[in-house]
Design a protein around this ligand. Structure first.
Ligand code: GLA
Length: 380
């Protein structure tokens, strides 16, 4: 299980995104030619099995809307989240320059196909251009200037997608990795204190009073971090900060979380009157490691039947719990489309293949998929 927590890999992803390089996570991996999705088209997609429960979402890149990956998205999902292109470093790379095109492409797709769209993410310590924290003299900006810049960013981005984006991850990952600390000592926090969180929600509410506003974080099920996230959320709710929900990222594995931990976390968060969403679901085959490292000689990345079975059991349990909580769970979003291409192929071990999703490298539903959708008989 993930105990200590640094997403070192995110920084790498951030640099790639900021330099405009296409990282692999921006590719739909449509390079090889497996059996066509349409040849194997099912009568119902994931979203249809879950139409009485919650929307089914997927993280996408602008080039996901081509060929087979487009077909798969339309067949199985009714909600999309931009994986990278709405992060501040990509959409607002310089003080007076916004890069709307990639994000517009995703928003247009959502409108054209009548899909829900989540916005991700307004304020984060990673994949954020350094300019936002810099003063003209090369030092750090004042709190006042930082909040002004944040307001202007939130205003421009949220207003542009008003009516299309129904929910925003307003603040991402503000809790410290060090379990003895509360808030992460990011530049946001060091300059503006906890007000950066409060103001981000206030500015987002002003920019679009209709949008649902979320706090989003990882390891949100692990008791020690769950308690710190709960403390933050309670503080926001008690102060009448305009927050509607909490995003549990859901970067999980065949090793955890347990059913008990998952139920307990959803109970705690929803007891605050907040909606809960699973915003970045994948089920890794490997135990959590925080540091990036090279593949060890002889290290296997084979998807063995044993690992497959463990993954099926986890997916089965997770979705059974999700269905039980359909009154508070307002969405489940997978982080990437299929095992053909996942950020977990690169993090924490570049070149170690992972198979964390419900669709295989040929875009075919895996056994875990059937376990997730064939629940009607069991639940009766
Ligand atoms: C975090 C972020 C996501 C993404 C993933 C890795 O969970 O919220 O935007 O960067 O890391 O892909």
């Amino acid at each position: 299980m993930r105990r200590t927590i640094i997403h070192a890999g995110f920084w790498l992803l951030g640099i790639l995104a900021l330099t405009g390089c296409k990282n692999n996570s921006e590719s739909n991996g449509n390079d090889s030619k497996p059996a066509s999705v349409s040849e194997n088209k099912q009568e119902k997609g994931l979203k249809d099995y879950y139409s009485d429960y919650f929307p089914m979402g997927v993280a996408v890149a602008p080039n996901s809307f081509e060929g087979e990956s487009k077909e798969l998205i339309l067949e199985h999902f009714n909600s999309i989240t931009p994986e990278n292109v709405m992060k501040m470093g990509v959409i607002h790379p310089e003080p007076d320059r916004y890069n709307w095109e990639p994000a517009d492409k995703i928003a247009n797709f959502a409108r054209e196909h009548n899909m829900k769209m989540r916005g991700h993410a307004l304020v984060w310590h990673q994949q954020t251009g350094p300019w936002i924290f810099e003063a003209e003299d090369g030092g750090k900006v004042s709190k006042e200037v930082l909040l002004q810049r944040m307001k202007s960013h939130i205003d421009s981005v949220v207003k542009r997608y008003k009516g299309t984006i129904y929910a925003w991850d307003v603040v991402n990952e503000a809790i410290a990795d060090d379990s003895t600390q509360f808030l992460r000592k990011s530049d946001w926090y060091t300059i503006a204190g906890e007000d950066f969180i409060i103001k981000a929600f206030e500015y987002a509410r002003e920019a679009d009073p209709e949008a649902k506003l979320y706090y989003n974080d990882y390891n949100a099920i692990i008791p020690e971090k769950r308690d710190r996230i709960y403390k933050l959320l309670k503080m926001l709710v008690d102060r009448n900060v305009p927050i509607d929900g909490v995003g549990i990222q859901g970067h999980w594995s065949i090793y955890g979380p347990s059913e008990e931990e998952l139920r307990k976390a959803i109970d705690m968060y929803s007891s605050l009157g907040l909606d809960v969403q699973i915003t970045e679901l994948d089920v890794s085959l490997y135990p959590w490691e925080k540091e990036q490292r090279e593949l060890k000689p002889g290290e296997s990345d084979e998807f063995t039947p044993e690992l497959e079975q463990k993954q099926i059991e986890k997916y089965d349990m997770f979705f059974e719990v999700f269905r039980d909580y359909k009154d508070v769970l307002t969405g489940v979003t997978f982080w990437n489309i299929s095992d053909r291409n996942t950020w977990l192929d690169r993090y924490p071990v570049a070149g170690r293949k992972n198979y964390p999703l419900l669709f295989d490298e040929n875009f075919e539903p895996k056994k875990a998929y059937w376990e997730v959708v064939e629940f009607e008989k069991e639940d009766d």
